[in-house]
Design a protein around this ligand. Structure first.
Ligand SMILES: [Fe+2]
Ligand SMILES: [Fe+2]
Length: 313
């Protein structure tokens, strides 16, 4: 198993730390380019859209992707503050690394809110995006802390994979989008390592019953994430209709919802829980039957059909 340290994480965090104004600079999003790669946006598999419409879809989907990442980070900051308090007395490096982690997450939420504002300005209308962060955060944080930490680890490792595998060498991608997620990737690398350290620490002291509870709560949390993805997918369909200025047929609507939800589930569920570094932690804190329980639950979630096309208003 990879060994990380709180001291190395905080040193690296200070080395790569950036300011929002430096990330966003004075460059605007380039409407002539795709903003999100095909595997993350779902644009590749949609046959009812022309090449130009697919490019426009990536604009809408980057807005949704940035919003969802920021949305999920809403509960990570208070979780890290809570975990930091466990170490306040006896491990100063852990305390500082975790409170700095929380502070970076707050900065990321600000960054993604500013990204949303600029996306709306570039597209010429406000994207419909899911709300209710406060309610979702309270529900998530009421669950077993080990479960919330495992979900956090899955999220932070998928942010690493998405940038490295899909954005880093995508030369046709919009430069501002790449810069936003490059900077996010640099700071998230320390977060993912700290998740592993904290995950091992938390699970070490858990009883068998508490570990069972953590696994059941993780299944609940993954279903809650899927619900968010489904809600945003419906809004994405409406955003795309407005952006393209045309009304889709029922067949097109079905194809679009299925394609977008499939891509979102790949991004926000499958690529996290199957990431090798997440699995390293997951394997060390769960039994084979507990892992099968989670994998089975994810398998069922990704097969669920999307809700029918409807305006939420
Ligand atoms: Fe973040
Ligand atoms: Fe993070």
């Amino acid at each position: 198993m990879a060994t990380y340290s709180y001291g190395a994480c905080i040193d690296q965090a200070y080395r790569v730390n950036w300011k929002i104004k430096d990330v966003l600079g004075t460059v605007d999003f380039d409407l002539a380019r795709p903003w999100l790669p095909a595997d993350l946006s779902g644009s590749g598999g949609l046959f009812c859209l022309s090449p130009e419409e697919k490019r426009k879809l990536t604009h809408v989907e980057m807005g949704a992707y940035a919003h969802l990442v920021g949305f999920l980070e809403t509960f990570i900051a208070p979780l890290m503050v809570d975990l930091a308090l466990d170490s306040e007395e006896e491990d100063r490096q852990a305390f500082e690394a975790l409170t700095n982690f929380a502070s970076e997450e707050v900065k990321h939420m600000h960054l993604f809110r500013e990204v949303s504002r600029r996306v709306d300005a570039a597209l010429g209308f406000p994207l419909k995006l899911i709300g209710g962060q406060g309610e979702v955060t309270r529900a998530v944080l009421s669950r077993n802390k080990g479960a919330v930490l495992l979900l956090t680890a899955a999220i932070e490792w998928f942010t690493q994979q998405h940038y490295v595998s899909s954005m880093n060498h995508a030369d046709d991608l919009d430069p501002l989008t790449r810069e936003v997620f490059r900077c996010h990737w640099m700071e998230e690398a320390q977060h993912a390592r700290l998740d592993q350290l904290e995950g091992l620490r938390l699970f070490k002291d858990m009883t068998v019953i508490e570990r069972e509870e953590a696994v059941e709560d993780l299944v609940w949390l993954l279903a809650a994430v899927d619900d968010l993805l489904e809600r945003q997918t419906l809004l994405d369909g409406l955003n795309l209709e407005r952006y393209l200025g045309r009304t889709f047929t029922d067949g097109e609507r079905g194809e679009i919802l299925e394609g977008l939800l499939k891509a979102k589930r790949h991004c926000f569920l499958e690529s996290g829980v199957s990431h090798p570094n997440f699995l390293e932690l997951f394997l060390s804190v769960t039994t084979p039957s507990q892992r099968a329980r989670v994998q089975g639950a994810v398998g069922l979630l990704v097969q669920k059909r999307p809700a029918p096309w409807a305006s939420p208003d």
